[in-house]
Write a protein that binds this ligand. Structure first.
Ligand SMILES: NC(=O)c1ccc[n+]([C@@H]2O[C@H](COP(=O)([O-])OP(=O)(O)OC[C@H]3O[C@@H](n4cnc5c(N)ncnc54)[C@H](OP(=O)(O)O)[C@@H]3O)[C@@H](O)[C@H]2O)c1
Length: 248
């Protein structure tokens, strides 16, 4: 049995940690990111992992379609197929009256959920003969509980959760899908959140507190837990999931 794992958004943060761990498995790893990584190539070479780094801005529809063509050609010969949609952006963070830049709003939806819907379709089509197919969407508590200032981010992640539930109905036992909240993690996304003016994000102090009180998860640790969950026997039985529900 051969395994291919496709993951988006691997330049930084949680995605970089997951990609580094996957690059050490000796399987086939495909990254879809805006930049390629020499460090990842070094890890892959050391562990005889086949690494394909596809350069793509997920917010660019024609670049995305081009990357999907390359991706489909790689998937066909594998029996185990994993797709992880990790790429995400938390901006725009602002009050409702100020959410008036269509390009920015559309980009948030395209990166956070539209590209996931599109890539899932490509992966499912290209892998129809595979024996074990698993889709993992990195969601957020923001999709489950609303926060002032986060209307767009909350909407994209809530869309991700509903999408996963609908796809589960489509697929039955033909593939597994989970929309997983990763908890708060010490990444650039949290830096962006902490740099937002309080007028835009009234709950700013809560995020400053997570950082000051060292309550943010380490990306490597969270990545390890998520990848373990992905390979667990019961994966996919809980569609709307949270990694904090799993043993540390
Ligand atoms: N950090 C948290 O506390 C937290 C909490 C809940 C959920 N999450 C979710 O966890 C996931 C990872 O977040 P993170 O904290 O690791 O964020 P991060 O450090 O900001 O990294 C985001 C990743 O997404 C990529 N990305 C953004 N826009 C892209 C685009 N247009 N095309 C391709 N890649 C793009 C970034 O690549 P570039 O370097 O090219 O920008 C980067 O690799 C996200 O889905 C986020 O919503 C995070």
């Amino acid at each position: 049995m051969t395994t291919i794992t496709i993951i988006t958004g691997t330049t930084r943060g949680l995605g970089a940690s997951m990609a580094e761990q996957l690059a050490a498995t000796g399987q086939h790893l495909v990254t879809l990111s805006r930049k390629t990584s020499d460090a990842l190539a070094t890890i892959a070479a050391k562990h005889s992992t086949t690494l394909t780094q596809l350069n793509v801005d997920l917010g660019d529809s024609s670049a995305l379609a081009k990357a999907a063509l390359s991706l489909k050609a790689l998937i066909a010969r594998h029996d185990r197929v994993r797709f992880i949609h990790n790429a995400g952006i938390v901006t725009p963070i602002d009050q409702a009256e100020n959410l008036n830049d269509l390009a920015v709003i559309n980009n948030a939806f395209q990166v956070n959920i539209t590209s996931a819907i599109y890539l899932t379709a490509q992966v499912l089509t290209a892998s129809h003969t595979a024996k074990d197919r698993r889709i993992l969407l990195i969601s957020s508590g923001a999709g489950r509980n609303a926060s002032s200032g986060w209307a767009v981010y909350c909407a994209t992640k809530a869309a991700m959760d509903r999408y996963a539930e609908a796809v589960k109905l489509d697929l039955g036992d033909r593939a597994r899908i989970t929309s997983m909240a990763p908890g708060v993690i010490d990444t650039d996304m949290q830096v962006t959140i902490r740099s937002t003016p309080k007028e835009a994000l009234p709950s700013l102090d809560r995020f400053v507190g997570f950082h000051q009180n060292k309550q943010l998860g380490a990306p490597d640790v969270v990545a390890r837990r998520i990848l373990t969950a992905l390979e667990s026997e019961g994966y996919g039985s809980t569609t709307i999931d949270d990694i904090r529900q799993y043993p540390a």
